[in-house]
Design a protein around this ligand. Structure first.
Ligand SMILES: [Zn+2]
Ligand SMILES: [Zn+2]
Length: 410
């Protein structure tokens, strides 16, 4: 058993639905599990770690609550796409809360074409970028934040055919990632962890990553050189007995601490380089090249409103030009930004403007302010879509539990 995508599909419905899912997915489906009663759902979702669930409309009563309960036990499963299918979708959407964020309602009255394309899109071999934590500054555990998520920065990139984990930042979101992996993985775990900088919101989850407490596991942890030392000095300073009962030498896994240079480095299956962000401590903007895709991760970076004397903006624009994915700081809106110039964060409007100018294909605004409630972020989200939907392949606010798929050739 592994936590990686294995293209297991659960179908809750009549025989005819099962057959049409099987036909639509074809050889993309490795294992199709037929369920004919709602009560079977929870145990299968938890044990099978499916890649997709398809639920027929007539089985939908009470399903939202059931899924909510399942996800509270296993938050990593929130990334799983769920298709609710019906030949008439009216009145269905209201029974689902915003917590279940990957639900898609699909009408089947067009001969199943939409269902087929959704199944294929969900299961095709892809580089997957998963948001485990999207909050800036401090975690916020309020009910009004739960839709977008209250955990701080953590992103996972999953590369097809690659067992090794690729993790960006170790904010509190990394705890759910670790729990998810240990729930489904029964063999050695290896990984590379790239920390942008040691502000609390990017390292607070570090000692809560369960795979660190197994001597079989192996990781490398990187961050840029800081004023007070390299990666090991900084993290051991964070984990001293004064602040936390666990010190670095109490972690069981073999961990290699590396101070990241500003030069390109090759790994099997990808390469990475970084430029220094405009932020109060030395902070990396990481750029990954995977397959033919370029992914830039800049959760903490202030984009000034005009070019600074240091030509930072020019360098940044060159660095992100034509990238496939830009995950960028948009902690404030323009009004709030005017009061916080120089704090090291960006107004989302400015991030959109610069990304557009540089030909970024998909833009994800992250590092949401802890004071931004779901309804505030929903408003921004609507504006983003309305004003900029046509300028990007996708533009949205990053949300915990959402993954982005970049298809790769088989
Ligand atoms: Zn931050
Ligand atoms: Zn920071």
């Amino acid at each position: 058993m592994t936590y990686k995508i294995e293209n297991i599909v659960l179908v809750l419905g009549e025989k005819s639905t099962v057959n049409s899912v099987r036909k639509s997915g074809g050889n993309l489906i490795n294992n199709l599990v037929e369920l004919h009663h709602e009560d079977q759902l929870a145990s299968h979702v938890l044990s099978d770690n499916p890649s997709l669930i398809v639920i027929e409309e007539s089985f939908i009563n009470g399903i939202a609550d059931k899924l909510d309960t399942i996800f509270s036990k296993a938050p990593g499963l929130r990334f799983m796409p769920i298709a609710i299918i019906s030949d008439d979708l009216k009145n269905l959407t209201n029974s689902f809360s915003s917590i279940i964020c990957n639900v898609k309602f699909i009408e089947t009255d067009n001969g199943g074409k939409d269902l087929e394309s959704y199944i294929r899109q969900s299961l095709q071999k892809s580089v997957r970028v998963k948001f485990w934590g999207v909050r800036g500054s401090t975690p916020c555990a309020n009910s009004e934040n739960i839709g977008y998520g209250g955990n701080t920065s953590c992103v996972e990139i999953e590369i097809p055919g690659k067992e090794e984990l690729l993790i960006l930042d170790s904010g509190t979101g990394i705890r759910n990632l670790g729990n998810h992996i240990t729930q489904y993985q029964n063999k050695k775990i290896t990984g590379q962890i790239f920390i942008t900088h040691p502000h609390w919101d990017h390292i607070q989850g570090f000692p809560f990553f369960k795979p660190f407490y197994d001597r079989e596991n192996e990781f490398s942890v990187r961050m840029p050189m800081q004023f007070r030392g390299g990666t090991e000095e900084i993290l051991s300073g964070h984990l001293t007995k004064t602040f936390f009962p666990v010190t670095l030498d109490m972690l069981d896994a073999k961990i290699n601490y590396i101070t990241q240079e500003e030069t390109a480095e090759e790994f099997s299956g990808y390469s990475v380089d970084y430029m220094v962000a405009n932020h109060p401590t030395k902070t990396a903007i990481y750029r990954f090249k995977i397959d033919d895709y370029t992914i830039v991760y800049a959760p903490d970076n202030e984009l000034p409103l005009s070019s600074s004397p240091l030509r930072f903006l020019d360098k940044f624009k060159e660095f992100i030009r034509d990238c496939d994915i830009l995950i960028h700081d948009g902690q404030f809106d323009m009004n709030k930004y005017q009061e916080r110039i120089g704090w090291g964060h960006t107004a989302w409007e400015r991030a959109v403007e610069v990304a557009k100018e540089c030909g970024v294909k998909r833009l994800y605004i992250t590092h949401h302010d802890p004071d931004s409630k779901d309804r505030d972020l929903d408003e921004i989200s609507k504006d983003l879509e309305r004003l900029n939907g046509n300028s990007f392949t996708e533009v949205m606010l990053a949300k915990e539990g959402v993954d982005i798929k970049l298809p790769v050739s088989a």
